[in-house]
Design a protein around this ligand. Structure first.
Ligand code: COA
Length: 177
Protein backbone atom coordinates (compact mmCIF):
# COMPACT_ATOMS: atom_id res chain seq x y z
CA UNK A 1 0.00 0.00 0.00
CA UNK A 2 1.41 3.38 -1.03
CA UNK A 3 1.90 5.88 1.78
CA UNK A 4 2.07 8.85 -0.57
CA UNK A 5 -0.88 11.25 -0.26
CA UNK A 6 -2.94 11.76 -3.40
CA UNK A 7 -4.94 14.83 -4.29
CA UNK A 8 -6.49 16.52 -7.33
CA UNK A 9 -4.19 19.18 -8.77
CA UNK A 10 -5.08 22.75 -9.62
CA UNK A 11 -3.00 25.12 -11.70
CA UNK A 12 -0.14 26.95 -10.00
CA UNK A 13 3.41 27.67 -11.19
CA UNK A 14 5.04 25.04 -8.90
CA UNK A 15 2.52 22.33 -9.81
CA UNK A 16 2.86 23.05 -13.51
CA UNK A 17 6.67 22.99 -13.21
CA UNK A 18 6.64 19.67 -11.32
CA UNK A 19 4.25 18.03 -13.81
CA UNK A 20 6.39 19.29 -16.71
CA UNK A 21 9.59 17.90 -15.19
CA UNK A 22 7.84 14.56 -14.69
CA UNK A 23 6.59 14.51 -18.30
CA UNK A 24 10.02 15.37 -19.75
CA UNK A 25 11.67 12.69 -17.58
CA UNK A 26 9.06 10.09 -18.54
CA UNK A 27 9.43 10.74 -22.26
CA UNK A 28 13.24 10.68 -22.02
CA UNK A 29 12.92 7.30 -20.28
CA UNK A 30 10.90 5.84 -23.16
CA UNK A 31 7.39 6.19 -21.69
CA UNK A 32 4.67 6.37 -24.36
CA UNK A 33 2.63 9.37 -23.25
CA UNK A 34 1.94 11.14 -26.58
CA UNK A 35 5.26 13.01 -26.92
CA UNK A 36 8.62 12.47 -28.65
CA UNK A 37 12.06 12.77 -27.01
CA UNK A 38 13.61 15.28 -26.47
CA UNK A 39 10.54 17.07 -25.15
CA UNK A 40 11.23 20.81 -24.71
CA UNK A 41 10.14 22.06 -21.28
CA UNK A 42 7.94 24.87 -22.71
CA UNK A 43 5.95 22.28 -24.73
CA UNK A 44 5.45 20.21 -21.58
CA UNK A 45 4.37 23.34 -19.67
CA UNK A 46 1.90 24.31 -22.41
CA UNK A 47 0.42 20.80 -22.29
CA UNK A 48 -0.11 20.95 -18.52
CA UNK A 49 -1.45 24.50 -18.67
CA UNK A 50 -4.17 23.29 -21.08
CA UNK A 51 -4.79 20.13 -19.08
CA UNK A 52 -5.13 21.97 -15.76
CA UNK A 53 -7.42 24.56 -17.40
CA UNK A 54 -9.58 21.67 -18.59
CA UNK A 55 -9.55 20.27 -15.03
CA UNK A 56 -10.65 23.71 -13.81
CA UNK A 57 -13.70 23.41 -16.09
CA UNK A 58 -14.52 20.00 -14.59
CA UNK A 59 -13.74 18.13 -17.82
CA UNK A 60 -11.02 16.01 -16.22
CA UNK A 61 -9.29 15.34 -12.93
CA UNK A 62 -5.49 15.52 -12.77
CA UNK A 63 -4.37 13.61 -9.68
CA UNK A 64 -0.98 14.02 -8.05
CA UNK A 65 0.87 11.78 -5.58
CA UNK A 66 3.22 13.51 -3.16
CA UNK A 67 6.29 12.64 -1.13
CA UNK A 68 6.34 15.60 1.25
CA UNK A 69 6.09 18.63 -1.04
CA UNK A 70 7.45 16.78 -4.06
CA UNK A 71 5.09 15.61 -6.79
CA UNK A 72 6.15 12.02 -7.52
CA UNK A 73 3.36 10.69 -9.73
CA UNK A 74 0.28 11.68 -11.69
CA UNK A 75 -2.67 10.23 -13.56
CA UNK A 76 -5.50 11.95 -15.46
CA UNK A 77 -9.15 10.91 -15.44
CA UNK A 78 -10.87 12.20 -18.59
CA UNK A 79 -14.56 12.91 -18.01
CA UNK A 80 -15.68 15.01 -20.99
CA UNK A 81 -16.85 12.28 -23.32
CA UNK A 82 -19.57 12.55 -25.97
CA UNK A 83 -23.22 12.85 -24.84
CA UNK A 84 -23.94 9.20 -25.64
CA UNK A 85 -21.16 8.01 -23.26
CA UNK A 86 -21.99 9.67 -19.94
CA UNK A 87 -21.25 6.45 -18.04
CA UNK A 88 -17.64 6.21 -19.27
CA UNK A 89 -14.28 7.79 -18.36
CA UNK A 90 -10.74 7.37 -19.66
CA UNK A 91 -7.39 7.04 -17.93
CA UNK A 92 -4.40 8.91 -19.37
CA UNK A 93 -0.94 10.29 -18.56
CA UNK A 94 -0.04 7.72 -15.89
CA UNK A 95 3.50 8.52 -14.75
CA UNK A 96 5.67 7.94 -11.70
CA UNK A 97 9.03 9.64 -11.10
CA UNK A 98 11.97 7.30 -11.74
CA UNK A 99 13.04 7.74 -8.10
CA UNK A 100 9.67 6.42 -6.86
CA UNK A 101 8.81 3.53 -9.19
CA UNK A 102 7.83 0.06 -7.90
CA UNK A 103 6.53 1.47 -4.62
CA UNK A 104 2.83 1.32 -5.41
CA UNK A 105 2.42 4.96 -6.49
CA UNK A 106 0.72 4.18 -9.82
CA UNK A 107 -1.49 1.57 -8.18
CA UNK A 108 -2.63 4.08 -5.57
CA UNK A 109 -3.24 6.78 -8.19
CA UNK A 110 -5.31 4.40 -10.34
CA UNK A 111 -7.36 3.27 -7.34
CA UNK A 112 -8.04 6.92 -6.47
CA UNK A 113 -9.04 7.62 -10.10
CA UNK A 114 -11.39 4.63 -10.05
CA UNK A 115 -13.00 5.86 -6.84
CA UNK A 116 -13.51 9.37 -8.22
CA UNK A 117 -14.94 7.98 -11.46
CA UNK A 118 -17.40 5.77 -9.57
CA UNK A 119 -18.44 8.71 -7.38
CA UNK A 120 -19.33 10.55 -10.58
CA UNK A 121 -21.51 7.68 -11.78
CA UNK A 122 -18.98 6.35 -14.28
CA UNK A 123 -19.26 2.58 -14.63
CA UNK A 124 -16.78 1.92 -17.44
CA UNK A 125 -13.10 2.89 -17.66
CA UNK A 126 -11.06 2.67 -20.86
CA UNK A 127 -7.34 3.16 -21.45
CA UNK A 128 -4.59 2.22 -23.84
CA UNK A 129 -0.94 1.45 -23.29
CA UNK A 130 1.97 0.82 -25.62
CA UNK A 131 2.97 -2.75 -26.48
CA UNK A 132 6.67 -1.78 -26.17
CA UNK A 133 7.58 -0.32 -22.76
CA UNK A 134 3.93 0.18 -21.80
CA UNK A 135 2.37 -0.73 -18.48
CA UNK A 136 0.07 -3.64 -19.33
CA UNK A 137 1.14 -5.56 -16.20
CA UNK A 138 0.07 -2.70 -13.98
CA UNK A 139 -3.40 -2.45 -15.52
CA UNK A 140 -3.95 -6.22 -15.56
CA UNK A 141 -3.06 -6.39 -11.84
CA UNK A 142 -5.84 -3.86 -11.24
CA UNK A 143 -8.40 -5.93 -13.16
CA UNK A 144 -8.43 -4.20 -16.54
CA UNK A 145 -9.38 -6.51 -19.42
CA UNK A 146 -7.45 -6.51 -22.68
CA UNK A 147 -9.70 -6.04 -25.71
CA UNK A 148 -6.98 -6.26 -28.33
CA UNK A 149 -3.93 -4.75 -29.93
CA UNK A 150 -3.76 -2.20 -32.73
CA UNK A 151 -0.42 -2.67 -34.52
CA UNK A 152 1.89 0.22 -35.40
CA UNK A 153 -0.32 2.69 -33.55
CA UNK A 154 2.23 5.31 -32.47
CA UNK A 155 5.88 6.25 -32.53
CA UNK A 156 7.93 5.43 -29.44
CA UNK A 157 9.60 8.49 -27.83
CA UNK A 158 12.98 7.52 -29.30
CA UNK A 159 11.55 6.45 -32.68
CA UNK A 160 10.15 3.27 -34.21
CA UNK A 161 6.52 2.22 -34.22
CA UNK A 162 4.76 0.33 -31.44
CA UNK A 163 1.30 -1.16 -31.19
CA UNK A 164 -1.20 -0.13 -28.57
CA UNK A 165 -3.18 -2.37 -26.20
CA UNK A 166 -6.77 -1.35 -25.47
CA UNK A 167 -8.05 -2.09 -21.94
CA UNK A 168 -11.39 -1.66 -20.16
CA UNK A 169 -12.76 -2.19 -16.67
CA UNK A 170 -16.28 -2.06 -15.29
CA UNK A 171 -16.69 -0.13 -12.05
CA UNK A 172 -19.20 -0.94 -9.38
CA UNK A 173 -21.41 1.95 -8.30
CA UNK A 174 -20.25 3.18 -4.85
CA UNK A 175 -22.24 1.86 -1.90
CA UNK A 176 -24.81 4.33 -0.58
CA UNK A 177 -23.57 6.15 2.52
C1 COA B 1 3.91 2.56 -15.55
C2 COA B 1 4.32 3.33 -14.32
C3 COA B 1 3.38 4.53 -14.16
C4 COA B 1 4.22 2.43 -13.09
O1 COA B 1 4.46 3.22 -11.93
P1 COA B 1 4.83 2.60 -10.51
O2 COA B 1 4.49 3.65 -9.51
O3 COA B 1 6.20 2.09 -10.52
O4 COA B 1 3.81 1.39 -10.43
P2 COA B 1 3.46 0.47 -9.14
O5 COA B 1 4.58 0.50 -8.16
O6 COA B 1 2.11 0.84 -8.63
O7 COA B 1 3.40 -0.94 -9.86
C5 COA B 1 2.62 -1.96 -9.37
C6 COA B 1 2.83 -3.20 -10.23
O8 COA B 1 2.36 -2.98 -11.56
C7 COA B 1 3.20 -3.68 -12.47
N1 COA B 1 3.91 -2.72 -13.32
C8 COA B 1 4.27 -1.46 -13.01
N2 COA B 1 4.86 -0.87 -14.07
C9 COA B 1 4.86 -1.78 -15.05
C10 COA B 1 5.32 -1.76 -16.39
N3 COA B 1 5.91 -0.67 -16.92
N4 COA B 1 5.15 -2.86 -17.12
C11 COA B 1 4.55 -3.95 -16.59
N5 COA B 1 4.10 -4.03 -15.33
C12 COA B 1 4.25 -2.95 -14.57
C13 COA B 1 4.22 -4.45 -11.67
O9 COA B 1 3.69 -5.71 -11.39
C14 COA B 1 4.28 -3.61 -10.41
O10 COA B 1 4.69 -4.34 -9.32
P3 COA B 1 6.29 -4.39 -8.98
O11 COA B 1 6.74 -2.98 -8.84
O12 COA B 1 6.33 -5.14 -7.70
O13 COA B 1 6.96 -5.06 -10.13
C15 COA B 1 5.78 3.84 -14.42
O14 COA B 1 6.62 2.73 -14.72
C16 COA B 1 5.97 4.92 -15.47
O15 COA B 1 5.83 6.10 -15.19
N6 COA B 1 6.29 4.49 -16.72
C17 COA B 1 6.50 5.41 -17.82
C18 COA B 1 5.21 6.00 -18.31
C19 COA B 1 4.24 4.96 -18.81
O16 COA B 1 4.58 4.03 -19.51
N7 COA B 1 2.97 5.15 -18.40
C20 COA B 1 1.90 4.33 -18.84
C21 COA B 1 1.30 4.95 -20.03
S1 COA B 1 -0.18 4.11 -20.49
Amino acid sequence: MSSFPIRPLTDSPPIRAALSELLVETVAGGGSVSFMHPLPLPIAEAFWQDSLASAGRGERIVLGAFDGDALIGTVTLLLNLPPNQPHRAEIAKMMTRLTHRHRGVATALLRAAERLAAERGRTLLVLDTAVDEGASGLYEKLGFQLTGIIPDYALKPHGGLTGTMIYWKRLAAPAAA
